[in-house]
Design a protein around this ligand. Structure first.
Ligand code: PHE
Ligand code: FE
Length: 295
């Protein structure tokens, strides 16, 4: 997660990292991890992209308790050359992109409290590690994330971070993939959430639309509730190819000043997997799309 108006806490290094201090987790915190892990591990098979389950296995994430980054990193480094580093909270965009470009994934080290089991304002270690890290063991997805970091550095120079953030949001956080027998989830914001796993796949409310880079970079997203639209990729290979082979600079220029699309918009050229009823969103008090948030 990144932001651009932050002051670095005194406890953090120049690159904003802090030691995980694994020895300081209490039994209650390890138990919280186990509880969240077991619930998702039961729900995900058949619903998540198989590469995610492969990542859990390769990284031995099913071991009880909050993972020790030192141990996790040894396996992750072997798999794809990635590392997980702890940070105190949100970090500035340039710091976030620099870590990604250098194959370091920044993760929170705290775990949610029992009253926050299903809703969190800020990502915790369960979201960051369980949600994001398994796919970093997949060589293709690992390359996509590093390329995204370099793309972020470039977007910063072009004044287009908000645009690129939408790509992160609708893939890395809330992406769906076409599987042999229907849709699968892979976005970390979905796979780390029991309720959004069910909602993203099964609920008639949200739109499910084929991935289209330009379309997606015009689309707002919401940070306060389940998504109103999800975008469906064909495969990680296809996602990597399309994003690496496209020069984003002309795209940013072309889109500059064009109006944003609403979170629930359907466009004439959309490849529609499912046209959402938006029943859920309409039943909720706040319906604001938020155009000013970075992942
Ligand atoms: N190709 C993009 C650019 O020209 C960089 C990028 C790659 C962005 C992969 C995201 C993911 O800026
Ligand atoms: Fe995340």
């Amino acid at each position: 997660m990144a932001n651009d108006t932050l002051a670095r806490p005194a406890c953090a290094a120049d690159d904003w990292t802090v030691p995980q201090e694994w020895d300081r987790y209490g039994a209650d915190e390890h138990a919280m991890w186990d509880r969240l892990f077991e619930r998702q591990a039961r729900l995900l098979p058949g619903r998540v992209a198989p590469a995610f389950i492969d990542g859990l296995d390769v990284l031995r994430l099913s071991k009880p308790g909050i993972p020790d980054f030192a141990e996790l990193n040894a396996r992750l480094m072997d798999a794809t050359g990635w590392q997980v580093v702890a940070v105190p909270g949100l970090v500035p965009d340039d710091v976030f992109f620099d870590h990604l470009a250098n194959r370091r994934f920044v993760a929170g080290r705290f775990i949610r409290k029992p009253d926050q089991i299903d809703y969190l304002e800020e990502p915790d270690i369960f979201h960051d590690v369980f949600g994001h890290v398994p796919l970093l063991a997949n060589p293709v997805f690992a390359d996509y994330m590093a390329a995204y970091g370099r793309g972020g550095q470039r977007a910063a120079g072009l004044g287009a971070i908000e645009r690129l953030a939408r790509l992160y949001w609708y893939t890395v956080e809330f992406g769906l993939m076409r599987g042999p027998e229907g849709l699968q989830i892979y976005g970390a914001g979905i796979v780390s959430s029991f309720s959004e796993t069910l909602f993203a796949l099964d609920d008639p409310s949200p739109n499910r639309i084929g991935f289209d880079l330009k379309r997606l970079m015009r689309t707002n997203y919401r940070i306060d509730d389940f998504q109103q639209s999800y975008f469906v990729i064909d495969s990680f290979e296809d996602l990597l190819r399309q994003t690496i082979e496209t020069d984003f600079a002309p795209l940013y220029a072309e889109l500059h000043g064009t109006p944003d699309l609403a979170v629930d918009a359907i466009e004439p050229d959309d490849r529609i997997y499912h046209r959402g009823t938006q029943h859920y969103a309409r039943s909720r008090p706040s319906q604001t799309g938020n155009p000013h948030h970075e992942p």
